[in-house]
Design a protein around this ligand. Sequence first.
Ligand code: BG6
Length: 481
Amino acid sequence: MSNTIVIFGASGDLTSRKLIPALYQLHAKGRLPENTRIVGVSRSPFEHEDWRASLRETTAKYAGKAFDAKTWETFAPNVFYQPGDIKDADSFTTLAEFLTEIEGGQETGRVYYLSTMPQLYGLAIEQLGKAGLAHEENGTRRVIIEKPFGTNLKTAQELNCRIHHVFNEDQIYRIDHYLGKETVQNIFALRFANSIFEPLWNRNFVDHVQITVAEEVVIGRRAGYYDGSGILRDMFQNHLLQLMMITAMEPPARYDGTMVRDEKVKVLHAVRKMTGGDFANQTVRGQYEGYLQEEGVPKGSQTETYAALKLYCDNWRWRGVPFFLRSGKGMSCRTTQIVIQFKNVPHMMFGEKSRVPMGNRLVIQVQPAEGIQLHFETKVPDAGMKTRTNHLDFNFQDSIGGASMPDAYQRLLLDAVQGDASLFARGDEVELAWGIIDPIIEAWKSPASPPLHVYQTGVWGPTEASQWMYDQKREWFDVCP
Ligand code: BG6
C-alpha cells in the first residue's frame, strides 16, 4: 500500500528543521515504504517547486553530511505543497481533492502530522473529520500530534475528547520526541534483554534514582511560549516522566504498543500524590539570573526555568525509593542522564568512613556522548586497602564506528507510517502525567510555596537544590559528559 504524509504547519520551523530532514534520510536509507508522498499544508501561497527549493536548502543544512544532491532529486518529486488554512473548511475539501488526485484513487495509508500552533489541534482534527479525511475505507488514517498536549489536565482531557470524536485511540500518535531517542529505547534493551541488572533493579538494592535533563541554552526568543509554560510543563509533564516510566516500569510480556504502554501507565498510577507540606519538602524551583531581562518576559515573572522534584512510586518494586527528577535551562552543560544509585555496602570492612554516596551506580547517558557507565569501587594501587570509584564505559558511537545517531524523528515518523504506537504517548498516559504536574504548578502559586531561587547561568541550578540533596544525605551526580 502506498502512503501519504500530510504535514500541517508546513512553513514552520519543526518541518524544515526536523521532519523533512528525517523523511529525507529515511528515503536515503531506503526505509520509507515505496510510493510515499509528502504533502505540506500551510497558509503561505507556495507552488510545489518553491517549497521543494526551500526544503532542499534547509535539508542540506540540517541533514549535514547525510545530504546528497542526487538522492534529493529522487526524493523531491514526491514532495508536494497545498496552501490551506486550518480555520477554513473549504481548505480541507480542496485538500481532500488534491490527495485523491495525487494518490490516483488507490488505497493509500495516510498520516496527518499536526505541527501547527497547539491551539489549532482540536479544530484541525474536527475539520479532517468533517471533510471525510478520517474515514478508513480506502486505507489507514492516522494522526500525529506534536507536544504540548494540553496545558493542564483539564485541557488535555478536552483535547482527548475532541480527538476521540473523530479518531479512535489506535489512530492517534502523540509525540514525545524523547521516546524516539536511541538511548531511551536502549533502556528497554538494557533492562529486559539482560539478566544481570534486573535482579538489582528494585528497592532492595537501589538507594535512589536521579533523572537529569540539563540544558546549557537559555530561553532565547521563546519567551512568548516559555513564560506561560515554565519547565514543569515544558519538560517534566512529558520528557522527564517518560524517562521515569521506562526506568521504573515492569517488564511487558511483549514489545508491543498496548503492553508497553499498559506497564508505563501503571507507574504513573503508583506515583504518590503530594499534599500539604510535601510541596515544600519535595520540590525546588529556580529561575536563572537574567531571565527577567530576556526579550518578551513580563516584569516580575515567577516562571521557573529550573525544577527538581522528589517523587515516590508506591508499588512493590519501588516503595521508599526516591526518584529525583531535575531539569534546567542555563545549566553547566547539556546532558540527559539517568543515574541508578545503588545502596552502600552494609559495612565497610576497610575502615574507611562511609562516603555519601558510595560509588555503586549505573549511569545511563542519554545524550550527548550516548552510552552507559557502571561505577564501582576499586582498590587504589599501592595504598593499603584504600578504595576509589572507577567505571566501565560503553559508548554508543564507538560501537557504530563513529557514525552519528539517527535523529528521534526518523524512528517516530517511520513507526507512525507502519502503525507501531509503542513509542507514542497514549491518551490516559498524558492525562495521568498532567495529574502529577498540575498540583505542583497550583501549589507553587500559593504564598506558602517554596521560594523561587535565582541561580547564575553555567552552574547546576540553585545552590539550594544541592543543599536539599545533602540534607537528605545524597548528592547530585553533577558530571558533564
Ligand atoms: C522540547 C522543549 O520539548 O525539548 C525545549 O520544548 C527543550 O524547551 C527540548 O529545549 C530539549 O530537547 P532535546 O532533544 O534537545 O533534549
